[in-house]
Design a protein around this ligand. Structure first.
Ligand code: ASP
Length: 465
Protein backbone atom coordinates (compact mmCIF):
# COMPACT_ATOMS: atom_id res chain seq x y z
CA UNK A 1 0.00 0.00 0.00
CA UNK A 2 1.27 3.45 -0.88
CA UNK A 3 1.74 5.89 1.96
CA UNK A 4 -0.31 9.11 1.76
CA UNK A 5 0.24 12.49 3.43
CA UNK A 6 -1.66 13.34 6.59
CA UNK A 7 -3.52 16.30 5.16
CA UNK A 8 -4.88 14.19 2.30
CA UNK A 9 -6.57 11.72 4.63
CA UNK A 10 -9.78 13.78 4.88
CA UNK A 11 -10.64 12.63 1.35
CA UNK A 12 -10.51 8.99 2.41
CA UNK A 13 -13.34 8.75 4.97
CA UNK A 14 -14.40 5.11 5.34
CA UNK A 15 -11.31 3.90 3.49
CA UNK A 16 -8.12 2.19 4.50
CA UNK A 17 -4.91 4.24 4.21
CA UNK A 18 -1.27 4.08 5.13
CA UNK A 19 0.34 7.07 6.86
CA UNK A 20 3.74 7.67 8.41
CA UNK A 21 5.59 10.29 10.40
CA UNK A 22 6.74 11.43 13.83
CA UNK A 23 4.80 11.30 17.07
CA UNK A 24 4.06 14.90 17.89
CA UNK A 25 2.42 14.07 21.21
CA UNK A 26 0.40 11.43 23.03
CA UNK A 27 -2.45 11.77 25.51
CA UNK A 28 -4.66 9.27 27.26
CA UNK A 29 -8.34 9.64 28.01
CA UNK A 30 -9.30 6.79 30.28
CA UNK A 31 -8.58 3.74 28.20
CA UNK A 32 -8.18 5.59 24.93
CA UNK A 33 -4.73 6.60 23.69
CA UNK A 34 -4.53 9.50 21.26
CA UNK A 35 -1.45 10.08 19.17
CA UNK A 36 -0.90 13.15 17.01
CA UNK A 37 1.07 11.93 14.04
CA UNK A 38 3.11 14.65 12.31
CA UNK A 39 4.39 14.55 8.77
CA UNK A 40 5.58 17.32 6.47
CA UNK A 41 2.01 18.35 5.71
CA UNK A 42 0.48 18.45 9.18
CA UNK A 43 -1.06 16.48 12.01
CA UNK A 44 -3.39 13.47 11.99
CA UNK A 45 -5.07 12.09 15.09
CA UNK A 46 -4.69 8.36 15.67
CA UNK A 47 -7.01 6.66 18.16
CA UNK A 48 -5.92 3.46 19.87
CA UNK A 49 -8.57 1.57 21.83
CA UNK A 50 -8.54 -1.74 23.65
CA UNK A 51 -10.58 -3.30 20.83
CA UNK A 52 -7.35 -4.42 19.19
CA UNK A 53 -5.32 -5.64 22.16
CA UNK A 54 -2.08 -6.30 20.31
CA UNK A 55 -1.76 -2.87 18.73
CA UNK A 56 -3.05 -1.18 21.87
CA UNK A 57 -0.28 -2.78 23.88
CA UNK A 58 2.40 -1.82 21.39
CA UNK A 59 1.03 1.71 21.25
CA UNK A 60 1.55 2.12 25.00
CA UNK A 61 5.27 2.20 24.34
CA UNK A 62 5.14 5.06 21.84
CA UNK A 63 6.91 8.27 22.84
CA UNK A 64 7.30 11.71 21.27
CA UNK A 65 9.40 11.92 18.10
CA UNK A 66 9.41 8.18 17.46
CA UNK A 67 8.98 7.47 13.76
CA UNK A 68 6.10 5.17 12.91
CA UNK A 69 3.98 3.91 10.05
CA UNK A 70 0.31 3.02 10.44
CA UNK A 71 -2.29 1.36 8.28
CA UNK A 72 -5.87 1.94 9.30
CA UNK A 73 -9.31 3.28 8.53
CA UNK A 74 -10.13 6.97 8.29
CA UNK A 75 -13.28 7.74 10.31
CA UNK A 76 -15.26 10.90 10.79
CA UNK A 77 -14.69 12.23 14.29
CA UNK A 78 -17.67 12.12 16.64
CA UNK A 79 -19.48 15.47 16.94
CA UNK A 80 -17.93 17.57 19.65
CA UNK A 81 -14.47 16.13 18.93
CA UNK A 82 -13.94 18.18 15.78
CA UNK A 83 -10.84 20.38 15.87
CA UNK A 84 -11.30 23.38 13.57
CA UNK A 85 -7.65 24.41 14.05
CA UNK A 86 -6.10 21.65 11.96
CA UNK A 87 -6.71 20.58 8.39
CA UNK A 88 -7.58 17.01 9.39
CA UNK A 89 -9.73 18.18 12.29
CA UNK A 90 -12.86 16.35 11.11
CA UNK A 91 -11.27 12.91 10.80
CA UNK A 92 -9.16 10.45 12.74
CA UNK A 93 -7.46 7.18 12.03
CA UNK A 94 -8.36 3.86 13.58
CA UNK A 95 -5.23 1.73 13.33
CA UNK A 96 -5.10 -1.81 12.05
CA UNK A 97 -1.33 -2.21 12.06
CA UNK A 98 1.51 -0.25 13.57
CA UNK A 99 5.17 -0.31 12.60
CA UNK A 100 7.86 1.40 14.64
CA UNK A 101 10.60 2.59 12.28
CA UNK A 102 12.79 4.18 14.95
CA UNK A 103 12.78 5.34 18.52
CA UNK A 104 13.92 8.78 19.66
CA UNK A 105 15.77 10.22 22.63
CA UNK A 106 14.26 13.22 24.37
CA UNK A 107 15.02 16.25 22.17
CA UNK A 108 17.44 18.86 23.54
CA UNK A 109 14.74 21.53 23.19
CA UNK A 110 11.08 21.88 22.41
CA UNK A 111 10.13 22.13 18.75
CA UNK A 112 6.55 23.16 19.42
CA UNK A 113 6.63 26.94 19.25
CA UNK A 114 8.60 29.40 17.10
CA UNK A 115 11.63 28.76 19.35
CA UNK A 116 13.14 32.27 19.39
CA UNK A 117 13.78 31.96 23.13
CA UNK A 118 16.08 28.93 22.76
CA UNK A 119 19.81 29.63 22.60
CA UNK A 120 20.93 29.90 18.99
CA UNK A 121 24.09 27.86 19.62
CA UNK A 122 21.85 24.97 20.60
CA UNK A 123 19.46 25.46 17.74
CA UNK A 124 22.30 25.53 15.19
CA UNK A 125 24.04 22.52 16.70
CA UNK A 126 20.86 20.49 16.38
CA UNK A 127 19.63 22.27 13.28
CA UNK A 128 18.08 19.07 11.89
CA UNK A 129 15.77 19.11 14.94
CA UNK A 130 15.25 22.86 14.87
CA UNK A 131 14.05 22.48 11.27
CA UNK A 132 11.26 20.16 12.47
CA UNK A 133 9.74 23.32 13.88
CA UNK A 134 6.74 24.50 11.84
CA UNK A 135 8.07 28.06 11.47
CA UNK A 136 11.36 26.95 9.94
CA UNK A 137 9.71 24.33 7.77
CA UNK A 138 7.49 27.06 6.38
CA UNK A 139 10.46 29.39 5.85
CA UNK A 140 12.22 26.76 3.75
CA UNK A 141 9.06 26.12 1.79
CA UNK A 142 8.55 29.84 1.10
CA UNK A 143 12.19 30.12 0.08
CA UNK A 144 11.66 27.33 -2.40
CA UNK A 145 8.50 28.98 -3.72
CA UNK A 146 10.24 32.33 -4.17
CA UNK A 147 13.10 30.72 -6.08
CA UNK A 148 10.66 28.72 -8.16
CA UNK A 149 8.72 31.89 -8.94
CA UNK A 150 11.90 33.69 -10.01
CA UNK A 151 12.91 30.79 -12.25
CA UNK A 152 9.50 30.65 -13.95
CA UNK A 153 9.23 34.41 -14.35
CA UNK A 154 12.67 34.84 -15.90
CA UNK A 155 12.35 31.74 -18.07
CA UNK A 156 9.18 33.25 -19.58
CA UNK A 157 11.20 36.39 -20.34
CA UNK A 158 13.77 34.44 -22.32
CA UNK A 159 16.43 34.09 -19.60
CA UNK A 160 18.60 31.00 -19.36
CA UNK A 161 19.96 29.80 -16.04
CA UNK A 162 23.64 28.93 -16.27
CA UNK A 163 25.83 27.47 -13.54
CA UNK A 164 29.21 29.08 -13.24
CA UNK A 165 32.27 27.53 -11.56
CA UNK A 166 32.78 27.38 -7.83
CA UNK A 167 36.51 26.82 -8.27
CA UNK A 168 37.56 30.05 -9.84
CA UNK A 169 39.90 32.97 -9.66
CA UNK A 170 39.88 35.81 -7.23
CA UNK A 171 37.48 38.64 -8.31
CA UNK A 172 37.79 42.13 -6.90
CA UNK A 173 34.33 42.45 -5.33
CA UNK A 174 35.70 44.09 -2.25
CA UNK A 175 35.88 41.20 0.20
CA UNK A 176 38.57 38.66 1.01
CA UNK A 177 38.53 35.42 -0.98
CA UNK A 178 38.16 31.92 0.39
CA UNK A 179 41.05 30.04 -1.17
CA UNK A 180 41.22 26.38 -2.16
CA UNK A 181 44.66 24.84 -2.56
CA UNK A 182 45.31 22.88 -5.74
CA UNK A 183 46.69 19.36 -5.33
CA UNK A 184 47.62 19.04 -8.96
CA UNK A 185 49.25 22.47 -9.33
CA UNK A 186 51.47 22.70 -6.25
CA UNK A 187 51.48 26.12 -4.63
CA UNK A 188 48.52 27.38 -6.64
CA UNK A 189 45.05 28.20 -5.42
CA UNK A 190 41.53 28.56 -6.65
CA UNK A 191 39.25 31.16 -5.13
CA UNK A 192 35.61 30.48 -4.32
CA UNK A 193 33.48 33.04 -6.17
CA UNK A 194 32.55 36.26 -4.37
CA UNK A 195 29.97 36.45 -7.15
CA UNK A 196 29.74 35.17 -10.73
CA UNK A 197 30.48 38.72 -11.94
CA UNK A 198 33.14 38.03 -14.56
CA UNK A 199 31.53 34.80 -15.75
CA UNK A 200 28.18 36.46 -16.34
CA UNK A 201 29.84 39.22 -18.31
CA UNK A 202 31.69 36.62 -20.37
CA UNK A 203 28.33 34.94 -21.03
CA UNK A 204 27.26 38.23 -22.60
CA UNK A 205 30.33 38.06 -24.86
CA UNK A 206 29.20 34.49 -25.59
CA UNK A 207 25.92 35.87 -26.93
CA UNK A 208 23.51 34.60 -24.24
CA UNK A 209 21.94 38.06 -23.86
CA UNK A 210 19.78 37.03 -20.89
CA UNK A 211 21.44 35.06 -18.11
CA UNK A 212 20.43 34.37 -14.54
CA UNK A 213 21.51 32.07 -11.77
CA UNK A 214 20.45 31.35 -8.23
CA UNK A 215 24.07 31.79 -7.26
CA UNK A 216 25.99 31.10 -4.09
CA UNK A 217 28.43 33.89 -3.25
CA UNK A 218 31.26 33.27 -0.84
CA UNK A 219 33.08 36.09 0.89
CA UNK A 220 35.53 35.96 3.75
CA UNK A 221 34.41 39.03 5.59
CA UNK A 222 35.06 39.82 9.19
CA UNK A 223 32.06 38.82 11.23
CA UNK A 224 29.77 41.80 11.27
CA UNK A 225 26.10 41.94 12.06
CA UNK A 226 23.72 39.85 10.10
CA UNK A 227 26.09 38.35 7.51
CA UNK A 228 26.96 34.88 6.33
CA UNK A 229 30.20 33.78 4.65
CA UNK A 230 28.06 32.19 1.96
CA UNK A 231 24.81 33.63 0.78
CA UNK A 232 22.50 33.36 -2.21
CA UNK A 233 21.83 35.91 -4.89
CA UNK A 234 19.55 36.07 -7.85
CA UNK A 235 22.35 37.00 -10.22
CA UNK A 236 21.31 38.31 -13.62
CA UNK A 237 22.78 40.01 -16.65
CA UNK A 238 21.33 41.35 -19.91
CA UNK A 239 22.75 42.63 -23.20
CA UNK A 240 21.57 45.59 -25.30
CA UNK A 241 19.77 47.21 -22.41
CA UNK A 242 20.05 50.39 -20.41
CA UNK A 243 19.58 50.98 -16.71
CA UNK A 244 15.84 51.51 -17.12
CA UNK A 245 15.36 48.04 -18.63
CA UNK A 246 17.08 46.36 -15.71
CA UNK A 247 15.27 48.33 -13.02
CA UNK A 248 11.93 47.78 -14.74
CA UNK A 249 12.50 44.04 -15.00
CA UNK A 250 13.49 43.91 -11.33
CA UNK A 251 10.42 45.89 -10.33
CA UNK A 252 8.10 43.70 -12.41
CA UNK A 253 9.60 40.52 -10.97
CA UNK A 254 9.41 41.60 -7.33
CA UNK A 255 5.92 43.07 -7.71
CA UNK A 256 4.59 39.87 -9.25
CA UNK A 257 6.36 37.69 -6.68
CA UNK A 258 5.07 39.65 -3.68
CA UNK A 259 1.52 39.65 -5.05
CA UNK A 260 1.55 35.91 -5.63
CA UNK A 261 3.47 34.64 -2.58
CA UNK A 262 2.94 37.31 0.05
CA UNK A 263 -0.54 38.72 -0.72
CA UNK A 264 -0.83 40.17 2.81
CA UNK A 265 1.93 42.71 2.05
CA UNK A 266 1.24 46.26 0.91
CA UNK A 267 3.53 48.44 -1.19
CA UNK A 268 4.30 51.90 0.22
CA UNK A 269 4.55 53.13 -3.34
CA UNK A 270 4.17 51.75 -6.85
CA UNK A 271 6.06 52.29 -9.11
CA UNK A 272 8.96 51.79 -6.69
CA UNK A 273 10.52 54.94 -5.29
CA UNK A 274 13.54 56.18 -7.24
CA UNK A 275 16.13 58.64 -6.06
CA UNK A 276 19.73 59.41 -6.76
CA UNK A 277 22.45 58.65 -4.27
CA UNK A 278 22.99 62.39 -3.80
CA UNK A 279 19.30 62.98 -3.05
CA UNK A 280 19.20 60.07 -0.59
CA UNK A 281 22.30 61.28 1.24
CA UNK A 282 21.00 64.83 1.41
CA UNK A 283 17.50 64.01 2.54
CA UNK A 284 18.00 60.85 4.62
CA UNK A 285 21.77 60.80 5.30
CA UNK A 286 21.70 57.19 4.15
CA UNK A 287 22.09 55.35 0.85
CA UNK A 288 19.44 52.88 1.97
CA UNK A 289 16.70 54.97 3.53
CA UNK A 290 13.74 53.32 5.18
CA UNK A 291 10.84 54.90 3.29
CA UNK A 292 7.95 53.11 4.99
CA UNK A 293 5.07 55.35 6.04
CA UNK A 294 4.48 53.30 9.18
CA UNK A 295 7.58 51.52 10.42
CA UNK A 296 5.57 49.46 12.92
CA UNK A 297 3.54 47.76 10.19
CA UNK A 298 5.13 44.35 9.46
CA UNK A 299 3.29 44.14 6.15
CA UNK A 300 4.44 47.41 4.61
CA UNK A 301 7.07 47.20 1.87
CA UNK A 302 9.00 50.28 0.80
CA UNK A 303 11.00 49.18 -2.23
CA UNK A 304 13.33 51.79 -3.70
CA UNK A 305 16.06 52.12 -6.29
CA UNK A 306 18.96 54.37 -5.40
CA UNK A 307 20.83 55.39 -8.56
CA UNK A 308 23.90 57.31 -9.69
CA UNK A 309 26.31 56.26 -6.97
CA UNK A 310 29.80 57.74 -6.94
CA UNK A 311 32.21 55.51 -8.87
CA UNK A 312 34.90 55.56 -6.19
CA UNK A 313 35.02 55.77 -2.43
CA UNK A 314 37.99 56.87 -0.37
CA UNK A 315 39.38 54.32 2.08
CA UNK A 316 40.87 56.50 4.79
CA UNK A 317 42.40 53.51 6.61
CA UNK A 318 44.71 52.53 3.76
CA UNK A 319 44.66 55.95 2.08
CA UNK A 320 43.47 54.73 -1.29
CA UNK A 321 40.48 54.75 -3.61
CA UNK A 322 38.16 51.74 -3.76
CA UNK A 323 35.32 51.00 -6.17
CA UNK A 324 31.96 51.89 -4.63
CA UNK A 325 30.38 48.85 -6.34
CA UNK A 326 33.02 46.97 -8.35
CA UNK A 327 35.53 48.05 -10.99
CA UNK A 328 33.48 46.68 -13.90
CA UNK A 329 30.83 49.34 -13.37
CA UNK A 330 30.69 51.99 -16.07
CA UNK A 331 31.60 55.52 -15.01
CA UNK A 332 29.27 58.24 -16.27
CA UNK A 333 32.10 59.78 -18.27
CA UNK A 334 34.48 58.33 -20.81
CA UNK A 335 36.92 61.17 -20.24
CA UNK A 336 39.90 59.16 -19.02
CA UNK A 337 41.87 62.19 -17.91
CA UNK A 338 38.97 63.36 -15.78
CA UNK A 339 38.54 59.89 -14.24
CA UNK A 340 42.18 59.84 -13.16
CA UNK A 341 42.35 63.47 -12.08
CA UNK A 342 39.07 63.80 -10.19
CA UNK A 343 37.93 60.35 -9.06
CA UNK A 344 35.82 62.00 -6.34
CA UNK A 345 33.66 63.70 -8.97
CA UNK A 346 32.90 60.67 -11.10
CA UNK A 347 29.45 59.12 -10.87
CA UNK A 348 28.71 55.57 -11.98
CA UNK A 349 25.84 53.79 -13.70
CA UNK A 350 25.28 51.94 -10.46
CA UNK A 351 22.05 51.28 -8.63
CA UNK A 352 21.09 49.69 -5.35
CA UNK A 353 17.83 47.93 -4.61
CA UNK A 354 16.54 48.84 -1.17
CA UNK A 355 13.70 47.44 0.92
CA UNK A 356 12.58 48.85 4.26
CA UNK A 357 15.94 50.44 4.93
CA UNK A 358 18.02 47.41 3.98
CA UNK A 359 20.10 46.97 0.85
CA UNK A 360 18.71 43.90 -0.89
CA UNK A 361 20.70 44.12 -4.11
CA UNK A 362 22.93 46.11 -6.37
CA UNK A 363 24.03 46.22 -9.94
CA UNK A 364 25.32 48.36 -12.74
CA UNK A 365 25.79 48.94 -16.43
CA UNK A 366 29.29 47.62 -17.22
CA UNK A 367 32.27 49.18 -18.83
CA UNK A 368 33.02 47.62 -22.20
CA UNK A 369 35.65 50.18 -23.18
CA UNK A 370 38.96 48.69 -22.11
CA UNK A 371 40.72 52.05 -21.88
CA UNK A 372 38.11 53.25 -19.41
CA UNK A 373 38.42 50.00 -17.45
CA UNK A 374 42.20 50.38 -17.32
CA UNK A 375 41.83 53.95 -16.07
CA UNK A 376 39.43 52.78 -13.34
CA UNK A 377 41.97 50.20 -12.20
CA UNK A 378 44.68 52.86 -12.25
CA UNK A 379 42.64 54.95 -9.82
CA UNK A 380 42.34 51.82 -7.68
CA UNK A 381 46.12 51.60 -7.60
CA UNK A 382 46.94 49.04 -10.29
CA UNK A 383 49.29 49.81 -13.12
CA UNK A 384 48.17 49.28 -16.71
CA UNK A 385 50.33 46.18 -16.90
CA UNK A 386 49.03 44.67 -13.66
CA UNK A 387 45.47 45.15 -14.82
CA UNK A 388 46.20 43.55 -18.19
CA UNK A 389 47.85 40.59 -16.47
CA UNK A 390 45.20 40.02 -13.89
CA UNK A 391 42.30 40.34 -16.31
CA UNK A 392 44.02 38.98 -19.38
CA UNK A 393 41.14 36.71 -20.31
CA UNK A 394 38.59 39.42 -19.78
CA UNK A 395 40.53 41.86 -21.96
CA UNK A 396 40.94 39.28 -24.64
CA UNK A 397 37.25 38.33 -24.57
CA UNK A 398 36.22 41.96 -24.93
CA UNK A 399 38.36 42.31 -28.02
CA UNK A 400 36.20 39.78 -29.89
CA UNK A 401 32.97 41.77 -29.95
CA UNK A 402 31.27 42.65 -26.69
CA UNK A 403 27.66 43.85 -26.48
CA UNK A 404 26.67 46.68 -24.15
CA UNK A 405 25.41 44.96 -21.02
CA UNK A 406 24.45 45.33 -17.40
CA UNK A 407 22.83 43.47 -14.57
CA UNK A 408 21.82 43.26 -10.96
CA UNK A 409 22.07 40.76 -8.13
CA UNK A 410 19.34 40.91 -5.48
CA UNK A 411 20.07 38.84 -2.38
CA UNK A 412 17.62 36.06 -1.67
CA UNK A 413 18.28 35.66 2.07
CA UNK A 414 17.68 39.21 3.23
CA UNK A 415 14.63 39.65 1.04
CA UNK A 416 13.05 36.53 2.52
CA UNK A 417 13.92 37.49 6.08
CA UNK A 418 12.04 40.76 5.55
CA UNK A 419 9.10 39.08 3.85
CA UNK A 420 8.78 36.45 6.57
CA UNK A 421 9.24 39.01 9.36
CA UNK A 422 12.31 37.22 10.63
CA UNK A 423 14.86 39.09 12.75
CA UNK A 424 17.88 37.80 10.80
CA UNK A 425 18.86 35.88 7.66
CA UNK A 426 19.86 32.75 9.59
CA UNK A 427 16.15 32.03 10.06
CA UNK A 428 15.65 31.60 6.31
CA UNK A 429 18.80 29.55 5.61
CA UNK A 430 18.68 25.80 6.15
CA UNK A 431 22.16 25.42 7.61
CA UNK A 432 23.59 28.83 8.52
CA UNK A 433 26.87 29.57 10.21
CA UNK A 434 27.36 31.49 13.44
CA UNK A 435 28.43 35.14 13.46
CA UNK A 436 32.06 34.01 13.55
CA UNK A 437 31.64 31.68 10.57
CA UNK A 438 31.47 28.36 12.40
CA UNK A 439 29.14 25.56 11.37
CA UNK A 440 28.07 24.11 14.72
CA UNK A 441 26.23 21.08 13.40
CA UNK A 442 29.08 19.74 11.25
CA UNK A 443 31.72 21.34 13.43
CA UNK A 444 33.36 23.43 10.69
CA UNK A 445 35.97 24.61 10.07
CA UNK A 446 37.89 21.58 11.28
CA UNK A 447 41.41 20.21 11.21
CA UNK A 448 42.48 17.91 8.40
CA UNK A 449 44.98 15.06 8.48
CA UNK A 450 48.70 15.51 7.95
CA UNK A 451 48.26 13.27 4.91
CA UNK A 452 45.74 15.64 3.32
CA UNK A 453 47.94 18.65 4.00
CA UNK A 454 50.90 16.91 2.43
CA UNK A 455 48.93 16.14 -0.72
CA UNK A 456 48.04 19.80 -0.94
CA UNK A 457 51.67 20.87 -0.42
CA UNK A 458 50.68 22.79 2.69
CA UNK A 459 52.51 23.24 5.96
CA UNK A 460 50.68 24.88 8.85
CA UNK A 461 52.70 27.76 10.28
CA UNK A 462 52.66 28.06 14.01
CA UNK A 463 52.89 31.83 14.29
CA UNK A 464 53.49 33.10 17.78
CA UNK A 465 50.62 35.26 18.94
N1 ASP B 1 28.21 41.09 -8.68
C1 ASP B 1 27.55 42.20 -8.04
C2 ASP B 1 27.40 41.94 -6.56
O1 ASP B 1 27.50 40.82 -6.12
C3 ASP B 1 26.21 42.47 -8.59
C4 ASP B 1 26.21 43.02 -9.98
O2 ASP B 1 26.88 44.01 -10.24
O3 ASP B 1 25.46 42.45 -10.79
O4 ASP B 1 27.16 42.86 -5.80
Amino acid sequence: MKRIFNTNTAQYVGKKVKVAGWINNRRTHGKILFIDLRDKTGILQIVFTEKDKKIYKLAQELRPEWVIGIVGKINKRPKGMINPNIETGKVELQPESLEIFSKAKTLPFSIDGPGYEISEEKRLKYRYLDLRRKRLGRNLEMRHKAIQFIRDFLTKQGFVEVETPMLTKSTPEGARDFLVPSRTSPGKFYALPQSPQQYKQLLMVAGLERYFQIARCIRDEDPRGDRQPEFTQLDLEMSFVDREDILQLTEDLYTAMVKKLFPEKKFTQKPFIRMTHAQAMKKYKSDRPDLRKNKKDPNELAFAFITDFPMFEWHEKDKRWGAAHHPFTQPQTIDIKEIKKHPEKILAYQYDFVLNGQEIGGGSIRTTDLDVLTAVFEVLGHTKQETKNQFRNYFEAFSYGVPPHGGIAPGIDRFLAIMLNEPNIREVIAFPKTGDNRGLMMDTPSKVSEEQLKELHIKIRKDKK
